[in-house]
Design a protein around this ligand. Structure first.
Ligand code: SF4
Ligand code: SF4
Length: 109
């Protein structure tokens, strides 16, 4: 099933940067930047949807999420980060060619 880019963008745009989600995320300390936590994932996805460029840093953020939904329970904006991450993985699978080792453009739908 194709991901609706507009709905995805609307959802990540609801983040109010409160950081409540970071306190419950089991992966927040795995890496050296906030992309290993839900607030970082949500806002990196927003940035990728705006700028249409996927980086190695972004891939590490998206593929380190455990999809545990702990962040969703505490998020005041009710952002479903696990589902958003799954949607982003689906987009990456369909549009990112890692063999070419190049940044890609996400097509508008
Ligand atoms: S679903 Fe992902 S971002 Fe949310 S708490 Fe779990 S590991 Fe962290
Ligand atoms: S709890 Fe929700 S609104 Fe707050 S920073 Fe995390 S994702 Fe954004």
């Amino acid at each position: 099933m194709k991901v609706n880019i507009k709905l995805l963008y609307d959802e990540v745009s609801k983040c109010v940067y409160c950081g409540f989600c970071e306190a419950v995320c089991p992966t927040i300390n795995l890496g050296t930047h906030r992309g290993y936590g839900p607030r970082g994932r949500v806002n990196l996805i927003k940035d990728v949807l705006e700028n249409k460029i996927i980086t190695e840093e972004f891939l590490a953020s998206i593929y380190s999420c455990l999809l545990c939904d702990a962040c969703y329970i505490v998020c005041p904006a009710k952002i479903d980060t696990g589902r958003i991450v799954r949607d982003m993985r689906s987009i990456i699978r369909s549009e990112y060619n890692s063999d070419k080792n190049e940044k890609i453009i996400i097509k508008e739908r």
